[in-house]
Design a protein around this ligand. Structure first.
Ligand code: PDD
Length: 286
């Protein structure tokens, strides 16, 4: 049996049900988080919780639990019920069920759904690096909210797959914002790491923030002021970050090869340091 958690109870995943009047279903009126876990440790938990809290506040949706501690207990119980050593947790909170109307209802109870899933991690991508396409950013101006409304991201990811790219990096006002499922970084000729600032045009990635902290701790210079396609042409290295892939080297943009098509030196250091940082979290709990 595979369990999920839905509005206060653990249920068999294939039998769990949500109302057709759920506002997430009707309006994408909700938020989500994807967290990784390993050896019963939820990785980067406090950062995920903080972002969830921010996303909920921005949409005026209350956390449908007694407190934040109870969320951790629920997640741990779900992991144990599903007897998985490592994998991912999907958590979604929507405004709740109501007669279809764009206006928020006066009284409404949020819906919370949590399930676990596993992913095949493709090590060849980490060893060899991936190819990225470039496209205009079609999304709204509140990308900082981890909203379940992901249609532009879904379409971009599909288009990338069909065109042989890992994903597209998106361009808004000449600056690369981020990928459809990850944050974007380059390393320039002076060994400076560059990425878009954490504002309303990108999702402030938990992996992004951790990698920036790790890079600074290791005396790398990080500039959060964005970069253009011209900067891509002259960069020495590039990589992307997300919870599901960690730090992933980028070796080509459209027809432009980076670093002779090999993952860069600084990128490799950051992959190792990020993995150590996760291992420390796992060991601290054991
Ligand atoms: N996506 N930017 C976007 C648009 C994303 O969808 C994601 C993650 C990130 C990276 O955020 P983090 O480091 O916190 O995972 C950046 C998740 C994994 C998803 O939708 O499946």
């Amino acid at each position: 049996m595979i369990f999920c958690y839905i509005n206060g109870s653990f249920q068999e995943k294939s039998e769990a049900m949500i109302s057709i009047e759920d506002r997430g279903f009707n309006f994408s009126d909700g938020v989500y988080e994807v967290m990784a876990y390993c050896n019963n440790t939820i990785l980067n938990f406090s950062k995920h919780l903080k972002r969830l809290d921010n996303s909920l506040k921005k949409l005026q949706i209350p956390l449908p639990l007694a407190n934040k501690k109870s969320l951790k207990l629920i997640l741990k119980k779900l992991i144990n019920l599903n007897r998985l050593n490592d994998g991912y947790i999907y958590l979604q909170i929507t405004r709740g069920n109501a007669k279809r109307n764009h206006l928020f209802p006066n009284i409404i109870i949020p819906n919370i759904v949590i399930f676990t899933f596993s992913l095949e991690v493709d090590n060849t991508n980490i060893l060899r690096g991936v190819e990225i396409g470039l496209t205009n950013d079609l999304r709204w101006s509140r990308c900082d909210i981890k909203s379940i409304s992901l249609l532009p991201n879904v379409l971009e990811k599909q288009k990338a797959f069909e065109n042989g790219f890992y994903e597209y990096w998106q361009i808004r006002d000449n600056l690369i914002t981020e990928g459809s499922t990850s944050n974007a970084f380059i390393v320039n000729k002076n060994n400076k790491i560059r990425t878009h600032p954490s504002n309303n045009f990108i999702l402030g990635g938990v992996t992004r923030d951790s990698v920036i902290e790790i890079a600074k701790k290791n005396k790398f210079s990080v500039i959060e002021n964005g970069f253009t396609t011209t900067d891509l042409d002259s960069c020495e290295e590039a990589f992307l970050t997300s919870t599901t892939v960690g730090v992933l080297p980028v070796v080509k943009f459209e027809n432009k090869t980076i670093n002779d098509g090999k993952p860069g030196k600084i990128t490799k250091v950051l992959i190792k340091k990020y993995n150590d940082y996760l291992k420390n979290q796992i060991n601290a709990k054991n």
